[in-house]
Design a protein around this ligand. Sequence first.
Ligand SMILES: [Zn+2]
Length: 277
Amino acid sequence: MLGLAALPLSADEPKPVTPAYNHLTDKEEISLGRDIAKELEKQRKLKFIEKHSLQDYVNHVFEKVVKTSRRPNLPYSIKIVDTTELNAFSLPGGFVYLNRALMEFAQNEAEMMGVLAHEVGHVVGRHVANNISREDAADSLMTEASRTLFGDDTPARLVKQIASPVALLALLKYSRDQESEADMLGFYNMQRAGWNPQGMITFFERLDKDPEGLQSIMALGSDHPASADRAARISEEMRNFPAAPHLILSSDGFKEMQAELKKLPPAPKPSAEVAEN
Ligand SMILES: [Zn+2]
């Protein structure tokens, strides 16, 4: 197991600080993430690709990013969502979802890994857990009735909040600062895991030129900064802290994965807006 001490901070990689209002233990965060995952999968009617060769490939590359992250000891898992929606997302405790459309859109493995490293960055930064713990978020999402019913015991209160689709989406929304932090954590993490961070830059640049892709990646957690700005920020970081030359851009495994996806029936469109009940 890789301890944190074994992984020196690279250059100016951010060190996320957990705010004082987030009292969740890892165990509570994992349990909360599991509940949110269940709820989200149900609400959004997610369909998964469970073909062994594809799941094995994704597990393999994902594990490398997880093990070299600054929070390697969570029970991370990754699911491939069968959808035309270009997106990926993560939940507290390390539950990560990678959409098929994104695996198809990526033009090399490093582009896909940049996205995965970014998602792991949200988990490392405890972003959703922080959002959920914020007093003002809790207040605005909780009615007097539910407060009376559930008291203020953290886990029970939080589980109640996620039952509403609207509340759930609000809780999963990241601030721009959180997005930037996840970008920077991902930028360094993907390099420790062995991939060329150039992939993160080209991914955002291509996304910026693809209006459909841009629209769909903003659908969940809709406050993503403009892709062009993100690409520029990462390029600047890379000029200041150049990546090692041996880092990989792509692999045979990646090409085989894309060929496998082509053989599958077309991906379903995402289910329409979540019901309000
Ligand atoms: Zn993000």
